[in-house]
Design a protein around this ligand. Structure first.
Ligand SMILES: Cc1ncc(COP(=O)(O)O)c(C=O)c1O
Length: 438
């Protein structure tokens, strides 16, 4: 006899109400981005075909191991998906090794550090105050692995590591791993110099491309695996326009290193690795092969346009001397160091439907009351915005933050602009997509 099916029970009103509240909030969040401007530098939107696989039955399945070497039955179709994905990732990132199982950029970093270093080993990285990620710090993955961290000196004008100082530091302390890459990432790192110093002392160069992976794959930023990086980690959902997840890539041709990296992911730091997201990454990789170069070019051009337009409106945009940016990011300062002016600006913008984040800029010491904003244009680019729209966005910023206009007035104009940009571009079956997921 069949079991009593829970659906036939009358659910408690309390639990039903909670579940419905989740649905409502989910729809409301979708509407916020549908009607507003998503400008968080670490976010993106996924294509219709990626949405389909992410919402598929795969979300509940397991496939520990690698294609053809599984601990569970039922994985033949997923083997097809993952094998395709490994090949595509190697092609898109021009890597000799790819693992596409990692569930986030942080997980990729934890796995890479597990494979590359032992507790007590020395590591060099960019400090969080200069834009390094928390996983590069003692409070994150570096501390989890109990590594001995030294941070590079920073060139504030160029917004990159001070190259001579970084190379001297590496030669002086002989680290096991030289970690490169930031969350605040405006310009490519002069990697060849750092890699030469690192290799001289026998260190591995690990490049964290979480933010800029889509620009790298599209050939519009730098090419770390050819500029000396041995390992590249990253998120699959920032400038790379896939679902949330991570990549672990290497230029090494050594099978022993490949095994070490694979083992660091499973059984190292993942068991289930979110098959629906892996399938989404594979679709995103296939779409990237087709449209990625143009997308990455348009993102970088839009970031430049936004930087120029904000400066023309009167904002203090960082790195003026280097044309503001060579990535998807633009940084603006809104008041005195540590004044919290960035937090206030982010809140006012949110009231108008423009979603950004406050950010520490050089000199700031308080993460919760910084003076800056970090802006990203990758999502606006994905829905087809270009130079004119960047100028319009800069005008919205000026109306709210420089001329004191009520953000609720500006909200109507923000939503009017956005109503013309609901179709996700640079992907297969654009025409199927008439809006954001709600
Ligand atoms: C440089 C860098 N590395 C790693 C990460 C972590 O990525 P994820 O959020 O995918 O864990 C971030 C996130 O913003 C980042 O900026």
């Amino acid at each position: 006899m069949a079991v009593d099916v829970p659906g036939s029970w009358k659910p408690s009103q309390d639990n039903l109400t909670k579940a419905e509240a989740v649905l409502e909030a989910t729809k409301s969040s979708g509407n916020l981005y549908r009607n507003g401007l998503g400008m968080i530098a670490s976010e993106n939107i996924v294509s219709p075909m990626v949405q389909k696989v992410v919402c598929s039955d795969l979300h509940g399945r397991y496939a520990e191991g690698l294609p053809g070497k599984r601990y569970y039955q039922g994985c033949d179709d997923f083997d097809t998906i993952e094998s395709l994905g490994i090949d595509l990732a190697k092609k898109v990132f021009k890597a000799n090794f790819a693992n596409i199982q990692s569930t986030s950029g942080t997980v990729s970093n934890i796995a890479a550090l597990k494979a590359l270093a032992k507790p007590g080993d020395k590591i060099t990285a960019v400090s969080t105050a200069d834009g390094g990620h928390i996983s590069h710090a003692r409070m994150g993955a570096v501390g989890l692995r109990d590594l001995d961290l030294s941070t590079y000196p920073w060139d504030i004008d160029r917004m990159e590591p001070d190259i001579d100082g970084a190379c001297d530091l590496i030669r002086e302390i002989n680290p096991k791993v030289c970690l490169i890459g930031q969350s605040v990432f405006l310009f490519p790192t002069p990697l060849e110099e750092i890699s030469a110093a690192a290799h001289e002392v026998g260190a591995t160069v690990m490049y964290d491309g979480a933010h800029v992976l889509g620009l790298i794959a599209g050939g519009q930023f730098q090419d770390p695996l050819r500029e000396g990086a041995d390992i590249m980690t990253g998120s699959s959902h920032k400038t790379f326009p896939g679902p949330q997840g991570g990549f672990l890539l290497s230029s090494s041709e050594d099978n022993a290193i490949h095994r070490k990296l694979n083992n660091a992911i499973f059984p190292g730091v993942c068991s289930s690795y979110h098959l629906h997201h892996v399938a989404g990454k594979v679709v995103a990789l296939a779409e990237f092969e087709e449209y990625g170069e143009q997308y990455a070019r348009d993102v970088v051009a839009n970031a430049r346009h936004l930087g120029e337009s904000l400066a023309a409106e009167g904002f203090d945009v960082l790195a003026e001397g280097r044309n503001y940016t060579a990535s998807h990011q633009v940084l603006t300062r809104h008041g005195e160091i540590d004044s919290g002016a960035g937090a206030k600006a982010a809140k006012l913008l949110e009231d108008s439907g423009i979603i950004t984040n406050m950010n520490m800029l050089p000199g700031d010491t308080k993460a919760l009351s910084p003076s800056g904003l970090r802006l990203g244009v990758q999502e606006l680019t994905r829905v087809g915005m270009g130079k004119n729209e960047m100028a319009e966005v800069a005008r919205f910023f000026a109306r709210i933050l420089l001329h004191g206009e009520n953000p609720l007035n500006v909200k109507k104009d923000v939503s009017q602009l956005k109503s013309n940009f609901h179709i996700i571009r640079y992907c297969f079956n654009e025409e199927e997509q008439s809006g954001y997921i709600l």
